[in-house]
Design a protein around this ligand. Structure first.
Ligand code: SAH
Length: 355
């Protein structure tokens, strides 16, 4: 009808059209496009959104990271200028809390954000009008040490999955089930045996192996910069320290797990970060791996309990809220064990506390 505009095509419709025309797409393609659409147009954080992250739980999280950075910077001899780089900074909350705490120790870096979402860039700009934004790590300054932080960034990067079939390994793809009008995982038709490490080649039928080439590429790129320019990187994410089999792809919407294939672009897709798999990329770039610890260990070692007690003394009315936030961040049944912190640095830089 004249004047009547058609509703914009959903990502599910786009994928269906693409798959009908050209065949199934890889899980990595599916995840990359879904998250690009998901983050582009919304701020998913907070109680009214889809999920809550550690910096949104309490200011104490960012403060501990700021103190961690300042301690390293002081022991490195207070190099100036120095850049604070945050990957996927969300609302800028972590940066705000970390840089406030760091400034009290004399660390006042210039601020660089690697962020692709226009909506979240706008939120970050409200807090950091002087920051510099980057689409990826390639445009970061080359003339100064980098102090890089990423919380719940690596888990949003696309994973590739391989599945063991009766006759060998195939890439796990997303196909279109026309009868049921839905996307569903299928095995690709090309043999992928060469992509599977020898020790896992004989796994039983149905086994899924997940890798995240994008996370290895990002950490490798950052490690190259640290080796050349000095600095440290800290990545905190939902993940495991040792590799394991199986798909860890999950979707969260309105604080509940949903089917990752049902409404692409409408739910946050994540996969567990396999920290051990990032070590070779860091080592071959010439940086030093400082290790992986649980979020609980990391925050406790930096003194989060003392900080919570101090805040409660100043605001006794907030004591219960602070105690709940502390519990959520460090307790093994909450975020304390599931989330891990991984650090790597330039070889001539000191190792961060807790590692
Ligand atoms: N670190 C924040 C937000 C985590 S959500 C916090 O802890 O609250 C993931 C963040 O990564 C968002 O800011 C999202 O827009 C960003 N992001 C996701 N994929 C990205 C990519 N490929 N490149 C840059 N930023 C990305």
């Amino acid at each position: 009808m004249p004047g009547e505009s058609r509703p914009p095509e959903t990502l599910k419709q786009v994928f269906a059209r693409l798959i009908r025309a050209a065949g199934p797409i890889s899980v990595a393609h599916f995840m990359a496009e879904s998250n690009a659409r998901y983050y582009a147009a919304r701020d998913p954080l907070g109680t009214a959104g889809d999920f809550i992250t550690a910096p949104e739980v309490s200011q104490m999280f960012g403060e501990m990271i700021g103190l961690w950075l300042a301690d390293i910077w002081i022991r490195a001899g207070r190099p100036t200028p120095v850049a604070y780089v945050e990957a996927g900074p969300g609302r800028g909350t972590l940066a705000q809390d970390a840089l406030r705490a760091a400034a009290r120790q004399g660390l006042v870096p210039d601020v660089h954000f690697v962020e692709t979402s226009p909506t979240l860039r706008a939120a970050q700009c409200a807090r950091f009008p002087q920051a510099t934004w980057h689409d990826d790590f390639s445009t970061l300054p080359q003339d100064r040490p980098l102090m890089v932080v990423g919380n719940e960034f690596l888990d949003a990067l696309p994973v590739r999955q391989l599945v063991r079939m009766a006759d060998g390994w195939r890439e796990r793809m997303i196909g279109w089930d026309a009868a049921k009008d839905r996307l569903l995982p299928v095995a690709g038709d090309r043999p992928m045996d060469a992509a599977v490490p020898a020790e896992r080649a004989a796994a039983r039928e149905g086994t899924i192996i997940e890798t995240c080439p994008a996370a290895a590429a990002v950490t490798g790129d950052v490690a190259l910069r640290l080796a050349a320019q000095g600095g440290v990187a800290l990545w905190i994410d939902y993940g495991h320290a040792q590799p394991r089999d199986g798909s860890t792809l999950q979707a969260v919407r309105a604080h509940a797990k949903v089917d990752p294939f049902a409404d692409p672009g409408e739910a946050d897709l994540t996969a567990l970060v396999d920290f051990a798999a990032l070590v070779p990329a860091v080592a071959s770039a010439g940086a030093r791996c400082d290790g992986v610890v649980t979020q609980g260990e990391f925050l406790r070692c930096l003194g989060i309990e003392a900080r919570a007690a101090g805040l409660a003394r100043h605001a006794p009315g907030q004591a219960a809220v602070l105690a709940r936030a502390l519990h959520r961040l460090v307790h093994p049944d909450e975020m304390g064990n599931l989330f891990k912190a991984m650090a790597f640095s330039a070889v001539h830089w000191p190792k961060g506390a807790a590692f």
